[in-house]
Design a protein around this ligand. Sequence first.
Ligand code: HEM
Length: 158
Amino acid sequence: MTRLPPRARKALLTLHLVTALGWLGADLVLLTLGVAGLRGADPAAVYPAAALVGTWLFAPLSVAVWLVGVASSLLTPWGLLRYRWVLVKLLLTTVMTGLVLFLLTPKLRLLGELAGAASAHDMVDLVVAPSVSSALLVVATVLSTYKPWGRLRRSGGR
Ligand code: HEM
């Protein structure tokens, strides 16, 4: 497995943390907007703002997190399929990225266009989706720091 020199590894880890935790931050912004919408804030302000955050922050960050996460695994002794905590994060991030790109972002853009005409169901969705995904990102963060469950198989590296 490729090993990076310590300085490059630190730079990659910094990029990983900035993108991953920036992703969680953008998710919390969406949750804040969703709650504001449900509590009666002007839909013509809330939903176009949520569409912007989704399109220009949340969706691009999800791709960046996936790419930098995979690079952080392949370029360090952790590997991609060696440790359970890494594999679970990979699966979680892959599913979330798919949902963000193909379900949430189109929905947010539609809501942004509808604004005042958003249904109660859509308004609740904009609270439930970021609540679930923020919780999953906190789980990913805890997995990253505690690194539980050991190795998947014995061969290779660390
Ligand atoms: C494709 C998905 C992901 C993969 C494959 C992945 C993989 C990794 C790897 C291998 C490391 C160790 C890097 C090193 O030691 O240089 C790491 C660190 C870390 N990751 Fe991820 N990651 C992914 C997504 C995420 C997400 C979504 C979050 C949180 C929102 C996250 C949070 C962290 C944190 C906090 C660390 C630092 C842990 C420490 O240094 O003790 N990662 N990740």
